[in-house]
Design a protein. Structure first.
Length: 300
């Protein structure tokens, strides 16, 4: 009898591509179909997998057995041969591929571009601001000063108001920007059409946000310009090319009437309205602001 460990060893060696050993002389080999699988093969094959390799282990034929008369073939007597024993066939599953060990190191990812933190409003392209379709510009970062009372929360940089260009972009807070749009669309532009026969194409902005005192005077109170609540207007240009200036046309003809109407009707819309008759500091422009004060507006 051939021991099972020896058969397993022979089966393992047979997995390496080598020619199978020739059976001994006189041995007979009989191939047993792969199915059904024997108990020995079932223990070696993977469950559920059909064997793809068959190892034939030849078993030598038994020696002649003496007959009852005790005469062997060598002496010319009859011999009684034992029935042929089929070779043992072991079905083997194909060897599994050896899995390569996974690297413990993580793959290096390309570094992402580092960008500074930007408020969502700053990331938007130039367009409508302050939720007012008349105002076109951009939202700016909060203006904060550690050494002075200057500053504006959520300032906007206005470039166009209802299709009217600003000669210089005005940095204001949203309430003041909306009041300025009201003045241009409801007061100034209708007055230009009525008195001068043409709409406004451009407005001359002489001042908006600036960290300074009133009228730039040393020791004076802080200006509303320093809080983004004031805008200075020096004149306008009409669609037909006419130019109107506070300095040159105040009190003169049709252009003077236009300026007078736009100055007077701004009172109440803005909390402070100053013009050429207020003081020497406003001879060439109108000052409009939305100062937070109680009582009636201050208009000169």
């Amino acid at each position: 009898m051939i021991a099972l460990p020896a058969l397993l060893t022979a089966a393992g060696l047979a997995l390496v591509p080598q020619p199978l050993p020739k059976p001994a002389p006189g041995a007979e080999t009989t191939a047993i179909p792969a199915a059904p699988v024997t108990r020995e093969s079932a223990t070696l094959a993977e469950p559920g997998a059909a064997p793809s390799l068959m190892v034939v282990v030849p078993i030598p034929a038994p020696r002649p057995v003496l007959s009852a008369a005790g005469v062997s073939a060598a002496t010319g007597g009859e011999t009684s041969a034992a029935p042929a024993v089929p070779d043992l066939i072991i079905a083997m599953a194909p060897p599994r591929p050896v899995a390569r060990p996974k690297s413990l190191a993580r793959p290096v990812q390309p570094a992402a571009a580092i960008t500074p933190h930007t408020p969502p409003a700053l990331a938007s392209a130039r367009g409508t601001v302050c939720q007012d379709p008349r105002l076109v510009g951009t939202v700016k970062a909060d203006i904060v000063s550690a050494n002075s009372p200057c500053g504006v929360l959520a300032p906007v940089r206005i470039e166009v108001v209802a299709g009217i260009r600003l000669s210089t972009a005005a940095t204001l807070n949203c309430p003041t920007a909306r009041r300025f749009a009201d003045w241009l669309t409801a007061i100034a532009d209708p007055a230009a059409k009525r008195e001068l026969g043409a709409p406004i194409r451009e407005v001359w902005v002489m001042g908006s946000y600036a960290c300074r005192t009133r009228n730039h005077q040393p020791g004076a109170r802080i200006s509303e310009h320093a809080r983004g609540r004031a805008v200075d207007v020096g004149g306008v240009t009409l669609s037909d090319g006419q130019k109107v200036t506070v300095k040159g046309d105040w009190g003169r003809g049709a252009k003077g009437r236009f300026l007078d109407q736009t100055h007077k009707k701004a009172c109440g819309l803005f909390h402070t309205v100053l013009g050429p008759e207020s003081d020497k500091h406003h001879q060439n422009h109108f000052h409009f602001d939305t100062a937070q004060r109680g009582g009636s507006p201050y208009c000169r």
